[in-house]
Write a protein that binds this ligand. Structure first.
Ligand code: ADP
Ligand code: MG
Ligand code: MG
Length: 187
């Protein structure tokens, strides 16, 4: 079929929508401990809308994903994931997308690595030359390590010690998204 923007349906975006639907409840639960409980719903919505829009071929899928997040997802994660995905869509090489995405999120949101945000997954990945399996592993480990961080940005900053022991939902979701982008290229 065709998407809302006339794009052809994309099996990759369809599969990704199903995958993030599967992560929705766990990410919402993490955001209940760290924010307002909507992180999984926000991400699942963005990916679902991208799959409904579709893409004119595999090399337009990341652009479609970025557009859905920028246009249709609220919260902190919508625009910030949209920025990262836009940089991946635009970049010649994935390593470049990682570094530009990291810069873009820091510029837009004013956070730094260590503040308990999605940057704690993105920054360790961006230390790698390319978005390969090692970079994805670094993102997953960075996300896991946020369970020991207090929040200095976003809603988690109001919760003090109460967030400790549970990882930042945005960092966990960013690691999952980086894994998906890596898979898109067949890593
Ligand atoms: P909201 O708090 O508006 O409900 P979401 O639940 O969609 O936003 O996303 C929350 C996630 O956004 C957090 O877990 C954190 O990783 C990330 N985040 C919040 N503020 C910032 C920021 N200033 N810079 C980078 N990431 C941020
Ligand atoms: Mg939230
Ligand atoms: Mg919210």
């Amino acid at each position: 079929g065709t998407g809302a923007r006339g794009g052809a349906s994309s099996p990759w975006l369809d599969a990704l929508a199903e995958r993030f639907e599967g992560h929705r409840a766990a990410l919402d639960a993490l955001d209940q401990r760290s924010g307002d409980g909507d992180m999984g719903t926000n991400i699942a919505h963005g990916v679902r809308r991208a799959s409904e829009r579709g893409a004119e071929g595999p090399d337009r899928e990341l652009e479609a994903l970025a557009g859905a997040f920028l246009d249709e997802v609220g919260g902190s994660s919508g625009p910030l994931f949209g920025l990262v995905l836009s940089e991946f869509a635009r970049a010649e090489r994935r390593g470049e997308g990682l570094r530009r995405g990291l810069e873009a999120v820091q510029r837009a949101g004013g956070a730094r690595p260590g503040d308990r945000t999605m940057l704690d997954a993105l920054a360790p990945a961006a230390e790698h030359e390319d978005l390969d399996a090692a970079a994805v592993r670094a993102a997953v480990e960075g996300a896991e390590a946020t369970k020991d961080l207090r929040g200095r940005r976003g809603r988690a900053s109001y919760l003090g010690d109460r967030v400790l022991g549970s990882p930042d939902p945005g960092a966990v979701a960013m690691a999952l998204m980086l894994q998906a982008v890596a898979e898109h290229d067949g890593v």
